[in-house]
Design a protein around this ligand. Sequence first.
Ligand SMILES: [Zn+2]
Length: 111
Amino acid sequence: MATGSVKAVALITGATNVRGSLHFIQEPNGSTHVTGRISGLSPGLHGFHIHALGDTTNGCNSTGPHFNPLKKDHGAPCDNERHAGDLGNIIAGSDDALDFFNSLVSKKLTQ
Ligand SMILES: [Zn+2]
């Protein structure tokens, strides 16, 4: 298998005005970075997680638990003990749009 980055895109749409797209880039060393843009959020903090399932037919109730392939406890992004999908809070400003980041999901998610 050739070395290179693995990429995926998640689109955010729904019944509310919240919209966006997220780009996941897994580097050859196993680190995964998330970048993207979300609009329609109310100003303030919003918990940001990757869930185990992509099923949004029943909103967040059908997306399953936080992505946790290493069977760890929930935690903050800076903690060693955390779900791989625990990305902390994102902060939306009053301009109705949020661009981010270089949010590190985890290293070696496939181990
Ligand atoms: Zn969690």
